[in-house]
Design a protein around this ligand. Structure first.
Ligand SMILES: [Zn+2]
Length: 288
C-alpha cells in the first residue's frame, strides 16, 4: 500500500508527470480472432456428454476433448468457483492467469481466452458464453470472473491467523488433481496454479488499490461456457467463501455445489477444430 504520508517531497513537475495519459500495454486488436461466429454450427450440434457436481468446500476434475465445450453452472445458491485448466497430456502446460490478465484485463467474459504458461503461450480455452456479462463494472469498480486473485490457500491462512484450514481452494484442487491422475498430493500440488475466479465479484479499491471482494451477483441457472482449445483437464473448487460476501478460508460462509457440464458435438463435427499451435519462439533467448 502507498503511505498516507510520503517520506519524499513531490517534485515541482509532479502534476505534469501524473497527468501523462496511459497507453494500453497490449492492444487486443493484435490478438488472434477467436472466431466465435464460426463456432455456432458446432455448438448447435453439441449434446451433453458428461457432467460432475463439485461439492461445497471441495473440488473435482473433468476431462474435455479439444473442440468440445464445458459449462460451469450455478446450482442451489450463489457460489464462487476457483478454476484450474491444464493440457491433459502435459500438466506443465497450465493456465497463466497473470499473462491472461495483461492481455485481456482484470475480469474475463465472452471472447477472452485462457492462455497457457511459457513456453507455449497459446489459448487453452475460450469463453463462448457468460450470462453475467450484463454486470460490467459496478460503482465500486467491481466485476465478475477475475484473473487477479490467486486462490485461497492454507499457507496464507497460517501466515495471517496461525491456524490450519484444509478446505481452501488450493488444497481442494490438490486433492482433486491427485485423485484424478493418481499422483500423490505432494506430486500434484506444484501443478495447482493461480485461478480464474468464476462468478466471484472483485476489484481494487480506488483510493488504496487493495483487492476487494463482494457478494457475487450469480444466481442458480447462471453459467459461463468455454470452448476447449486443446484436450483439457479442468479442475474446479467450490470455494469455502461461498458467494464471497464476507469471509473465506473457514467453515463460516454458506456454500453451495457447482455443476460442470461437457457439451460435445462428436468427433466428426469436432474434426474442423484446429488446436492452436504452441508459440513459435525458438527459446534461444539471444545469441550465446
Ligand atoms: Zn477459494
Amino acid at each position: 500500500m502507498k503511505p498516507d504520508t510520503p517520506r519524499h517531497a513531490a517534485p515541482a513537475d509532479a502534476d505534469r508527470r501524473r497527468g501523462i495519459a496511459p497507453v494500453i500495454c497490449y492492444d487486443p486488436e493484435t490478438l488472434p480472432d477467436p472466431r466465435l461466429g464460426q463456432l455456432a454450427p458446432r455448438r448447435a450440434l453439441a449434446r451433453k456428454t458428461d457432467e460432475i457436481i463439485v461439492p461445497p468446500r471441495d473440488a473435482r476434475c473433468i476431462e474435455v476433448p479439444a473442440g468440445a465445450f464445458f459449462r460451469i453452472v450455478s446450482v442451489e445458491g450463489p457460489q464462487v468457483g476457483d478454476l484450474n485448466v491444464w493440457n491433459r497430456h502435459d500438466l506443465s502446460e497450465g493456465f497463466y492467469s497473470g499473462k491472461t490478465r495483461a492481455l485481456h484485463g482484470t475480469h474475463l467474459s465472452t471472447g477472452d481466452r485462457l492462455w497457457s504458461r511459457f513456453p507455449n503461450l497459446r489459448p487453452l480455452a475460450t469463453v463462448t458464453d457468460d450470462t453475467l456479462d450484463w454486470y460490467g463494472f459496478d460503482a465500486f469498480g467491481g466485476a465478475v470472473h477475475d484473473v487477479i486473485g490467486t486462490r485461497c490457500d492454507p499457507y496464507t491462512g497460517r501466515l495471517l491467523t496461525g491456524g490450519d484450514y484444509h478446505y481452501c481452494c488450493h488444497s481442494n484442487l490438490t486433492r482433486a488433481l491427485a485423485a484424478h491422475t493418481g499422483l500423490t498430493r505432494a506430486e500434484a500440488e506444484p501443478h495447482v496454479h493461480d485461478v480464474m475466479n468464476v462468478f466471484m465479484c472483485t476489484g481494487f479499491t480506488r483510493d488504496t488499490g487493495q483487492y476487494f471482494m463482494k457478494a457475487s451477483p450469480v444466481r442458480p441457472g447462471d453459467h459461463i461456457e468455454f470452448l476447449a482449445e486443446v484436450d483439457l483437464l479442468v479442475g474446479l473448487s467450490a470455494c469455502p467463501g461461498g458467494d464471497c460476501s464476507a469471509t473465506h478460508s473457514s467453515d463460516r460462509a454458506a456454500c453451495h455445489p457447482l455443476l460442470v457440464e461437457v457439451w460435445d458435438s462428436g468427433a466428426v463435427a469436432r474434426a474442423d477444430h484446429v488446436t492452436p499451435a504452441p508459440s513459435g519462439y525458438d527459446r534461444s533467448h539471444g545469441p550465446a
